[in-house]
Design a protein around this ligand. Structure first.
Ligand code: FDA
Length: 394
């Protein structure tokens, strides 16, 4: 039987960062993962360049039933702290848009940073490790692995959420929480594309690959201004991924496809100068031609010249294009979702240390708990901040 000061389950963003910090503070740390390499989601993230944090991190960018919970950790280990660490490892980065920071070269650099930090802390990392059981004893926690028992005074669960089961996601963390009597809030896929019913699905399929700037709103009033992408299954792109976290089945989303102009003013000005110009060609000055053609085939854009467009039809057109109401059929689910909403109820945890109130010595960090960030580096920042806060307390 091997004894450690702390065992961390999950060698993802949160688990590796926590293990490294604890190891560097002098603890004997074991880091376990079911996969054959660490940080698999990091490698996939940001199109292979890892959007590792955001310049504008603030608690309002996180969804949780307990919105105050994330404040302490985010304030104590900030985006600037992680940017500093990235700099110390000589990793070049750039801001892409909206404060989103990416590696210039590759997400592998972030995994290497974390592995190097773990090595500096003498962390024992065991991959392809399945945890068969977790028991509490007088010393702390005793874990049965394939063929061996390991023990530690402190146990940190960093096993993530349910999104992308192909990358090793399991409900392990929720099961451990329930085993120790903690409440787990219902989970659902977040930052995920929408699927559509026909006939909207036909439109999306026909113009699959077309992207437009948009302003998208959910029924709860949440609004994002980002681009929207038509796909062969429905709608995607940053605008849709963001709003998906605020959408409930059965609800509508409202989309302004022309957020950068006043459409009525534009049509009036064009009519004054070019009365015989077709409405289709006029709209194609601001919208992809294929989208205009498709909406015309669906009867949502009349086949007329500007002088033939009467006041009532113009108002209907403005409403259609700037307050386009879409009722998604559903989402693509955990298969393609970037994150999992819900999870271990933060009311069960200390916001300072991430320790379970009902189970001293047991900690939860990262995505396994009910804290979910916006798209754009916010989720990795939560992994770093919650991991750091926990490591200070081990
Ligand atoms: P994470 O999921 O990273 O790690 C959990 C680890 O636990 C995994 O290695 C898993 O194999 C292991 N595990 C699970 N069950 C286990 C068990 N039973 N036994 C042992 N090990 C177990 N965020 C962001 O801020 N910027 C970005 O660019 C992206 N991009 C992105 C792309 C894609 C494709 C996805 C799916 C997600 C993102 N995200 C993101 C979200 C981000 O990846 C996510 O929020 C963090 O990885 C969460 O970190 P955790 O360490 O909590 O879980």
């Amino acid at each position: 039987m091997e004894r450690f000061d702390a065992i961390v389950i999950g060698a993802g963003a949160a688990g590796m960062f926590c293990a490294a910090q604890a190891g560097q503070a002098g603890l004997r740390v074991l880091l376990l993962d079911n996969g054959k390499k660490p940080g698999r989601k990091i490698l996939m993230s940001g199109g292979g360049r890892c959007n590792f944090t955001n310049l504008y991190v603030e608690p309002a960018a996180y969804l949780s039933q307990n919105p105050h919970f994330c404040k302490s950790a985010l304030a104590r280990y900030t985006q600037w702290d992680f940017i500093d660490l990235v700099g110390k490892h000589g990793i070049a980065w750039h801001e892409k848009t909206l404060g989103q920071l990416f590696c210039d070269d590759s997400a592998e650099q972030i995994v290497k940073l974390l592995v190097d930090e773990c090595t500096k802390g003498n962390v024992t990392m065991r991959l392809r490790s399945e945890v068969l059981s977790v028991e509490r004893d007088e010393e702390g926690f005793s874990l049965q692995l394939n063929g061996e028992t390991v023990t530690a005074k402190k146990l940190v669960i960093a096993s993530g959420g349910l999104s992308m089961p192909g990358l090793g996601a399991t409900p392990f963390g929720y099961k451990i929480a329930e085993q120790f009597g903690l409440n787990v809030l219902p989970t659902r896929a977040g930052l995920v594309p929408f699927t559509l019913h026909k006939p909207m699905l036909d439109v999306s399929q026909t113009i699959s690959g077309v992207s437009v700037p948009s302003v998208i709103s959910a029924e709860d009033g949440t609004v994002f201004r980002e681009s929207l992408l038509f796909t062969h299954r429905g709608l995607s792109g940053p605008a849709v991924l963001q709003i998906s976290s605020y959408w409930q089945p059965g609800e509508f989303v409202t989309i302004n496809l022309l957020p950068d102009i006043d459409l009525a003013e534009f049509l009036d000005a064009q009519r004054a100068d070019h009365p015989n110009q077709s409405l289709k060609n006029t709209l194609a000055m601001h919208l992809p031609k294929r989208l205009v053609e498709c909406l015309q085939q669906l009867g949502q854009i009349p086949d007329v010249t500007l002088k033939q467009l009467n006041v009532r039809d113009q108002q209907t057109l403005v409403d259609t294009l700037t307050e386009w109401r879409v009722q998604p059929n559903g989402t693509e689910g955990y298969r393609t979702a970037e994150v999992t909403l819900g999870g271990v109820d933060t009311n069960e945890l200390s916001s300072r240390t991430m320790e379970a109130r009902k189970a001293p010595g047991l900690y939860f960090i990262g995505e396994v708990m009910d804290v979910t960030g916006w798209l754009g580096g916010y989720n990795f920042q939560w992994a770093w901040s919650s991991a750091w806060a926990c490591a200070q307390a081990l």
